[in-house]
Design a protein. Structure first.
Length: 499
């Protein structure tokens, strides 16, 4: 018995077939499109971040530098914020929280003698797998980015930041006081180069000339120069334009240096990732005063960073961006607070007041209303540029025309308040790592080597004035500096320097 499909039913079947075929073709096309975009993304992310941004609308940034975030909401009010262009510079995205933190040397080491980091770690960083030997480099990089969990901006292999940090990397065992941006990997070189070319704050100085440059000063001479030419000054209510403003009564009437007693021993705790597994907590807490920075916590990290906080130095970004919850977080409500904001190089206080990077004054007033009894100072912007000038004057190359990092400002501030200062992990120990902060899981070599801030040069300077041993740096990340009280400038190299 023959069975005939009626014409209408035939049409329906073939229509279904056609639809199925089209759907399959559509899915294949979509898959092909997605894969090509992913490969293109991985290749661009590796080689040219601005191109990637343009194509994919990704807002890349090097988390270690710009004072303004594209992603962070700024609590506005009063002063207008100024945004520098560095948003467009190459950067990284936060690291994968499930990846182990790359501690580049043995974790239980703090109090042992300095043995060299193990070979195991070298393998951990360097292995690119079987395909690495067969495929051309851009493809292996793209594959690593797509499937291997490699973070964007982290260049593996030659010329990358890993080579800088690795146990046999350029950074060496202990910081060399002649470090130069020329030694950086390509990505950071580009970022730093852009900042060096930028002059957001209108810095007016003649570029150092290698032929006529001054001879390198000795440690004692440098200390004298710092002592003589830098003064930690804070804002007081009598200064113009504040004297005519009602809220100025909230400013401390006296200078920070005259209010705070002179401490005997002080610890400055950088926020570096290399503090992880350091076991330095007890040692840090044994000091009379401990300085910490920005949003660096102690809870949960006591073993490595201690729990005492005498002074917290914060930048205006921390005060103004919502993510830091400056007004409500208990992190800031104990100890002495000191805040700073980058000011134009030759601006007077009125010009700065009208052109702060972040709304420091609005936030200050709000905070003071909530915590009227907590001592809270604002650094005079003259101080940041005095410190900057000392760095530039002692470097053979042009440094970034941006204020020094909070870390270096804090070191100089503590040298004015203490008899002896120990600085931790500012000069990286054998635990040196691309991990930016000990309390966060994102990775960027720029946190340690600098991008926006002239951090590399700050570290050169600190290395030159260090009175401790290289061994202390290697094992503890510890630098020993004298308080300015202890610096005798009549003995040092026949008198005070005359720059
Ligand atoms: O990262 P930050 O500093 O808070 O660190 C405090 C100081 O520790 C030293 N440091 C930090 C990390 C590292 N791997 N090595 C180091 O030597 C530096 O001396 C650093 O100053 C700042 O200087 O204020 C900075 O603040 C952050 C950020 O504003 C705060 O952490 C709040 O989120 C800046 N990051 C960004 O702007 C994205 C950073 O550039 C400098």
């Amino acid at each position: 018995m023959s069975y005939k499909i009626p014409g209408a039913a035939m049409d329906r079947v073939s229509l279904l077939w056609r639809l199925r075929r089209r759907a399959r073709r559509g899915v294949l096309c979509m898959a092909f499109f997605c894969i090509s975009m992913a490969v293109l993304y991985a290749l661009c992310a590796e080689n040219s971040v601005p191109v990637t941004d343009a194509i994919f609308g990704v807002r890349a940034r090097t988390r270690a530098q710009p004072r303004t975030h594209s992603g962070s909401k700024v609590v506005r009010g009063g002063a207008k914020t100024m945004y520098p262009d560095p948003q467009k510079l190459p950067g990284v995205i936060p690291g994968d929280p499930h990846r182990p933190i790359p501690v580049l040397s043995s974790p239980n080491h703090t109090h042992e003698a300095g043995e060299l980091p193990s070979k195991k770690v070298v393998r951990q960083r360097g292995s690119s797998g079987f395909f690495a030997h067969l495929l051309p480099r851009p493809f292996t990089r793209a594959l690593e980015t797509l499937f291997g969990g490699r973070r964007r901006g982290e260049l593996s292999g030659r010329g990358g930041d890993a080579e800088f940090f690795g146990p046999h990397g350029l950074l060496g065992e202990v910081w060399d006081d002649q470090m130069s941006t020329k030694m950086l990997g390509n990505r950071l070189k580009k970022v730093v180069g852009s900042y060096q070319a930028m002059n957001k704050y209108g810095v007016e100085v003649s570029e150092p000339d290698s032929k006529t440059s001054r001879p390198k000063l000795s440690g004692p001479d440098l200390l004298c120069q710092l002592k003589d030419k830098v003064e930690v000054t804070t804002l007081t209510p009598d200064l113009q334009p504040f004297s005519s403003m009602a809220w100025a009564a909230q400013l401390p009437p006296k200078q920070l240096t005259s209010d705070l007693r002179s401490y005997n021993t002080c610890a400055v705790v950088s926020s570096a990732g290399s503090l992880r597994s350091s076991g330095l907590g007890k040692e840090i807490d044994s000091h009379d005063a401990v300085l910490r920075f920005n949003a660096a916590p102690t809870t949960g990290y006591e073993k490595d960073v201690g729990s005492k906080t005498t002074i917290r130095l914060i930048n205006s970004q921390v005060m103004a961006t919502e993510e830091h919850r400056f007004l409500s977080s208990s992190l800031y409500s104990s100890g002495v607070l000191v805040a700073w904001d980058p000011a134009p190089f030759s601006a007077n206080l009125t010009q700065w007041y009208n052109k702060t990077d972040y709304p420091i004054f609005t936030q200050y007033q709000r905070y003071r209303r909530l915590h009227p009894l907590q001592p809270f100072y604002i650094l005079h912007p003259r101080f940041e540029w005095q410190v900057w000038q000392r760095i530039q004057d002692n470097m053979a190359e042009a440094i970034q025309k941006n204020p020094p990092s909070s870390g270096f400002l804090g070191i100089v501030m503590m040298m004015s308040l203490c008899q002896e200062v120990h600085v931790y992990e500012f000069l990286p120990s054998r635990r040196k790592t691309e991990l930016c902060h000990y309390y966060q899981r994102f990775y960027d070599a720029a946190c340690t080597l600098g991008a926006y801030h002239p951090l590399l040069y700050e570290k050169n300077l600190v290395k030159r004035i260090n009175q401790g041993s290289d061994h202390d740096i290697y094992t503890h990340g510890r630098v020993t500096l004298p308080g300015f009280n202890k610096v005798n400038c009549t003995q040092a190299a026949g008198g005070p320097p005359n720059h």
